[in-house]
Design a protein around this ligand. Structure first.
Ligand code: GSH
Length: 230
């Protein structure tokens, strides 16, 4: 398929936008990256995702697909000649979807809360985040079966779901001066995170922490202290 037939509507700092980009890289599919301007929504975005009006949107030919994890599944099902992102076994697929949902429903909301939290609230959020990361560290052992990624030998669905938030996790660690991924509590995730970020499908789309911090400053200034929606 020609490059212009696959488009990703997004923005470089968005963890959700990283997901389809990594999936397309894994499948060696060329795509056009159409970046939205911060603070406004293009006509193409509004007509492609009229329900949520959020990025990312994958436009395949003239068909839009919304919601990052649904897009990753779509990519896996359409470009079957590349490495599989989800396993073929139904039970293993269910487990992968469970942990990906856990990242979005439990881990990511706490991470957002953390950046504005102080005092007792901060303590409670750190505890919750640590608990979630320890659970994911244990899940890594079970899913990877001694291999480098949740998905086994290569990056899979949980890797993409969790890995895409590593940039913002590092930003949160720096801003809050709290180590969230650490050798003592989450030794497997620490090593996995390095492997994930160094992978050829990831390294060019994973934003540098300092660049994200600058972006976060701009975002906080614009939102006058409200927790950022990134
Ligand atoms: N559940 C959605 C979340 C997408 C999302 O929150 N995107 C943010 C950027 S990181 C966005 O478009 N925010 C703009 C808005 O909320 O209006 C997904 O996984 O795709």
């Amino acid at each position: 398929m020609a490059k212009s037939d696959v488009k990703v509507l997004g923005a470089w700092p968005s963890p959700f936008v990283m997901r389809p980009r990594i999936a397309l890289n894994l499948k060696s599919v060329d795509y056009e990256f159409l970046q939205e301007t911060f603070g406004s929504k293009s006509q193409l975005l509004l007509q492609s995702n009229p329900v949520h009006k959020k990025i990312p949107v994958l436009i395949h030919g003239d068909k839009p697909v919304c919601e990052s994890l649904i897009i990753v599944q779509y990519i896996d099902e359409v470009w079957t000649s590349g490495p599989s992102i989800l396993p073929s076994d139904p039970y293993e697929r269910a487990i992968e979807r469970f942990w990906a949902a856990f990242v979005d429903d439990k881990l990511f909301p706490s991470l957002r809360l953390m950046r504005g939290a102080e005092g007792e609230e901060k303590k409670a959020v750190v505890e919750q985040l640590t608990e979630s990361l320890v659970l994911l560290d244990e899940a890594f052992e079970k899913c990877s079966k001694g291999k480098p990624f949740f998905g086994g030998d290569g990056i899979g669905y949980i890797d993409i779901a969790l890995g895409s938030i590593l940039g913002w996790l590092r930003v949160t660690e720096k801003i809050s001066r709290v180590k969230l991924l650490d050798e003592a509590k989450t030794p497997r995730l620490v090593k996995w995170a390095d492997r994930f970020c160094a992978d050829g499908a990831v390294k060019d789309v994973m934003p540098e922490t300092d660049k994200l911090i600058e972006f976060n400053k701009m975002l906080m200034a614009k939102m006058k202290g409200a927790p950022p929606n990134q």
